[in-house]
Design a protein around this ligand. Structure first.
Ligand code: CP
Length: 338
């Protein structure tokens, strides 16, 4: 039986600002006191369609530290491949349908985490987030987004790291630069979508710095950011000028992503990407900032996205942000089962 209303953690935009603030306060408390019993007798299925270091480790350990148990499943590797389309004659690779998978897991566990990156063929399909939505539709327990086309757990870890760095929960008025960086492959826009969403939600003055207009993010996230600006009093601008974007910045957050107009047809995008290797975060750019702090969600290719000097500088809080994944996810899981 499906409960009348299940609270999922699919996107921060679905949660009120007060509820997000409460998660951040609880995460800070878990950082001070690691162990708890909020998940005693509870279990979570962590379903990974893609690789992970931080997400898998922090969810497994976080569940353990709160007295619960995590089961990791990798469909197509150690679990059956899953079909997500309704009405399909399942004569391909998939051995079972999400309708059964989500319902069966819901009989065993108290929450389901899902990591499912885009297929990188057709953005109009990937932007529907079908895998995550399929779990949320058919599960009778809360579903957590462990990164699909957004990465809401990373958002909270990032914000907690900024709050710690600046010594205040109030980030309004901080000049925040989300900069595209080069990467040899066209990557997911998830973290960029998320950074834009949460930075505007927190009332920061946000600049999306990217090589050309083609690298502007999907309209859904640009709209969320505009809505957040209207509600939080921050600001949002798109820039293609490195110097003016970095000048006076309090926060530089870097991520690489593929330009959506070339989604699934990456060959013509490659020369554009290759022509913008100079978007690397280096000491000269950081020197333009207001003693700005640098972060990245990791994994990061050194001397491609950011130099050794930036990564090893006291301004880099990427490791702090990665640690915070553990604390914010414990807060999220505790909230969802309470
Ligand atoms: N930032 C992040 O989600 O790291 P992993 O891909 O290693 O989980």
């Amino acid at each position: 039986m499906k409960p009348a209303s299940i609270r999922h953690f699919l996107n921060t935009q679905d949660w009120s600002r007060a509820d997000l603030d409460a998660l951040l306060v609880q995460a800070a408390a878990f950082k001070r006191n690691k162990l708890g019993d909020q998940l005693k007798g509870k279990s979570v299925a962590l379903v990974f369609f893609n690789s992970s270091l931080r997400t898998r480790t922090s969810f497994e350990l976080g569940t353990f530290q709160l007295g619960g148990h995590a089961v990791v499943l990798q469909p197509g590797k150690d679990a059956w491949p899953i079909e997500f389309n309704l009405g399909t004659v399942m004569n391909g690779e998939a051995e079972e349908h999400i309708a059964e998978v989500a319902k069966v897991l819901s009989r065993y566990v108290d929450m389901i985490g899902v990591r499912a990156f885009p297929k990188f063929v057709d953005w109009s399909v990937d932007r529907e987030d079908r895998v995550l939505r399929g779990f949320a539709q058919h599960a009778t327990v809360p579903v957590i987004n462990m990164e699909t086309i957004t990465h809401p757990c990373q958002e909270l870890a990032h914000i907690l790291a900024l709050q710690e760095h600046f010594g205040t929960a109030d980030l309004r008025g901080k000049k925040y630069v989300l900069t595209w960086t080069y990467h040899p492959k066209a990557l997911n826009t998830a973290v960029a979508n998320s950074a834009l969403t949460i930075a505007t939600r927190m009332g920061m003055d946000v600049t999306l710095l990217c090589p050309t207009p083609e690298y502007v993010l999907d309209q859904r996230y640009m709209d969320w950011a505009a809505q957040n600006v209207a509600e939080s009093g921050g600001s949002l601008q798109v820039s293609h000028d490195i110097d003016s974007a970095y000048r006076g910045a309090d926060v530089v957050y870097a991520k690489s992503w593929g330009a959506l107009p070339y989604f699934g047809n990456w060959e013509p995008e490659k020369p554009i990407r290759d022509a913008h290797k100079h978007f690397i975060v280096d000491e000269a750019k950081m020197a333009l900032t207001n003693h700005g702090v640098f972060s990245h969600c990791l994994p990061l290719r050194r001397n491609i996205k950011a130099t050794d000097a930036v990564m090893d500088s006291p301004q880099c809080i990427a490791i702090e942000e990665a640690e915070n994944r553990l604390h914010v996810q414990k807060a999220i899981m505790a909230a969802l089962v309470s």
